[in-house]
Write a protein that binds this ligand. Structure first.
Ligand SMILES: *Cc1c(COP(=O)(O)O)cnc(C)c1O
Length: 232
């Protein structure tokens, strides 16, 4: 059986070889290790293997891990789950990034609750396949929300994030990622600091990177399957 360190190495190789295949620099795609529902001990193993960016979906679980691992001050923590307004304070005070901004109200609260010393990096989540059940803004609303977020002094808008619909054909999935890349390019023209297009998970790293992803969010391929759904 592969160790966690070996699985991280494989994920990094998969990322860099896919980037090269698409005529992109091998280090142009960052790996976010999605550690939701996994124990702190797994995060420490990944850290010891050199992994510094971790993604968490649930506020309470994430904050507990962050506080537990405070001495690992070079870890970068990304909040990647749905965020309700009554939990923004904990997120603003503990995380480095929030990838799931989909309305101004949440952005405003995070801005008000964030210390002015260190800005919170944020991504706008796009509901790229117009799914009823999914969070995210419509593609046509991205520029307006970006304008509003750009006014908030304690947030830095870094780009876009998407979770494509399941059950798409290979061709549809590629079109979905390409659409995201177009939106990302539009935003990059308007704002200098835009550098992150977060898309791609364990099962769709390749089309995501072909579509311009700069950050893939990998859980299962690193930490194994999740047995618990630790909602809190
Ligand atoms: C769980 C999760 C991932 C990781 O998915 P895997 O298929 O386990 O790689 C990525 N992004 C988000 C938003 C998630 O919730």
């Amino acid at each position: 059986m592969e160790t966690l360190a070996e699985r991280i190495k494989s994920a990094l190789e998969r990322i860099s070889s896919t980037a090269l295949k698409n005529k992109r620099a091998p280090n142009s795609v960052k790996l976010l290790a999605v550690s939701k529902t996994k124990p702190v001990s797994d995060i420490v193993l990944a850290y010891e293997a050199g992994q510094l960016s971790f993604g968490e979906n649930y506020v309470q679980e994430g904050v507990e891990k962050i506080q537990h691992l405070q001495e690992f001050s070079d870890i970068e923590w990304h909040f990647i789950g749905p965020l309700q307004s009554n939990k923004t304070k904990q997120v603003a005070e503990n995380f480095d990034w929030v990838q799931t901004i989909d309305r101004l109200k949440i952005a405003r609260r995070l801005d008000a609750q964030r210390s002015a010393h260190k800005k919170l990096n944020v991504l706008i989540q796009v509901n790229i396949n117009a799914e009823q059940s999914k969070s995210g803004v419509a593609p046509s609303d991205v520029v307006q929300l970006a304008e509003q977020i750009a006014q908030l002094p304690n947030l830095t808008l870094r780009g876009l994030m998407a979770i494509p619909a399941a059950q798409q054909s290979e061709h549809e999935l590629q079109q979905t990622f390409d659409k995201m890349n177009k939106l990302f390019a539009e935003l990059s023209i308007i704002y200098n600091q835009i550098d992150t297009l977060s898309m791609g998970m364990s099962n769709d790293i390749e089309p995501a990177i072909a579509g311009g992803s700069t950050m893939v969010r990998i859980g299962t391929a690193i930490f194994g399957t999740r047995t618990t759904s630790n909602k809190n």
